[in-house]
Design a protein around this ligand. Sequence first.
Ligand code: FE2
Ligand code: FE2
Length: 332
Amino acid sequence: MVFFVKSYGTQTAETYNFKSKPMNPNDTFTLAHLSDPHMAYPGGSRFSDFLNKRFFGYLKWRLRRQSEHHSDVLIRMIQDVRNSQPDHVVVTGDLTHLGLPAEFAKAKELLEALGPASQVTIIPGNHDAYVDGALDCRLLEWLDYMVSDGIKVCDGTDTAVSALFPSLRVRDGVALIGVSTAQPCSTFLAVGCVGNDQLQRLQKILVETGQKGLFRIVLIHHPPKSGVVSWRKRLTDAEALQNAMQDCGAELILHGHSHHPSRTYLETSHGRIPVIGVPSASAAGEDPRRRARYHLYRLSRRSDGWDIQVSVRSYVNKDKRFDTEDEYRLTE
Ligand SMILES: [Fe+2]
Ligand SMILES: [Fe+2]
């Protein structure tokens, strides 16, 4: 099936159809962030689906990853997220493991279990774009959860993920800005790239949503700071992205990809931007650092800026449930 996505690229927030009222001082917006479910469903696929990088990815999954990612952990996380009743949920990529059609369909079920597309926002990761065409060919299944506010989807010709990002969704004074770094890469690499075109559009969105007083959250799969992941998993144009953030600012950057928790900061002329990543949503590994967790952010406006409270919900292996591991305030 072909479809056409009208891109944000030629529009500005001024002409864009979203409600941009800043958050009231007494309001709180609760956001759940989870990432990297890595839903692997190789069964039922065609032999020809594996005549590429997937062959090695499948072997690696059988030898190591299969024991790390568990669907029952993911199901318990979904239930815990639902019990937390956040205003919105974001998933920062790697919903699938090998980018197989069956995995895209299973991931759609996960999204539907999390909530309606108006309350759940996703971006793709490198595993969703595992081989050429994997993501673009299956984009339609996830489109409702990716597409910007006010963007029309209709029959047409353009199926490129590049037409969708950066995405922009505004909820109750919070701007959710999705960036795609997902790209197919050679067998032993897991790098990502924002690209110049997307970067230019991102700068425009950051400036315009900032001028409207919105709380700007950038969603990106690959961590934009060096040192969080290894060289072979890096964001290749991280420096260009950091320069853009330096100029435009943002209030929060959320990422996945690392499969371990991380909290760093980008120092900018607008102040420090917290950069926070979470482990895989399905990991029940022996290493506590890699065990599944998600974050709940409670955002509220105060007279001198924003208040950001973080609640860390982690999987407790022996009890097979999620519990609060830590709570802290991001703002001093
Ligand atoms: Fe991942
Ligand atoms: Fe990844």
